[in-house]
Design a protein around this ligand. Sequence first.
Ligand SMILES: Cc1cc2nc3c(=O)[nH]c(=O)nc-3n(C[C@H](O)[C@H](O)[C@H](O)COP(=O)(O)O)c2cc1C
Length: 181
Amino acid sequence: MQYATRLLNHGPVILLTTADDDGPNVCAVAWCMPWSKKPPRFVMKLGRRHLSWDKLMATGEAVLNVPAAEQAAAVLCAGRTEGRELPPGVDKLAHCGFEALPSRVVRPPRLAGCVAWVECRLVRRDLAEAEGIVFLEAVAAESPHLDEHGTLDVLARPSLHHLGGDRFVADGRVIDLAGER
Ligand SMILES: Cc1cc2nc3c(=O)[nH]c(=O)nc-3n(C[C@H](O)[C@H](O)[C@H](O)COP(=O)(O)O)c2cc1C
């Protein structure tokens, strides 16, 4: 039972960026999945004590950044450093080695080097507080790494999947069953 969640969910891990008048923040989120195609919507479990929670609830905006495999150490930094614990004036993004890029629609930044970005607005706010479950609707989405099938080219730019603890696995094999049916 101790490892039950690890058996079902191993990625891709997300870097959630948020921003308010005090500046941006970033945290790692492994428990995130789509829940609607039209419109594209996502659901994630977000700790209500995280600084990211406060910024998301205050502004209703976030970016789901999909990190590349080589960003694993920075992902751990984002997931092990509580924004609230940093000295005043220290930017957690820079502290973890991220470069912020402007988003197209929302205020929180995109993170450079990621394989994809989904800019989102909070929906169903009424459901969030009780369980720390956050519902987000995409308002912009982009990846320079889509292949001719419209899927992420994970062979060229592997994404990162969290196994648990300090362990990740990167995409490395594509199983294409087109033409098999
Ligand atoms: C790989 C990894 C995955 C994580 N996944 C989640 C998650 O799905 N949900 C969550 O609330 N916290 C998750 N965390 C923990 C937060 O990222 C962590 O508590 C972070 O310090 C919160 O930052 P903040 O307080 O600056 O917002 C994860 C941490 C790591 C290292």
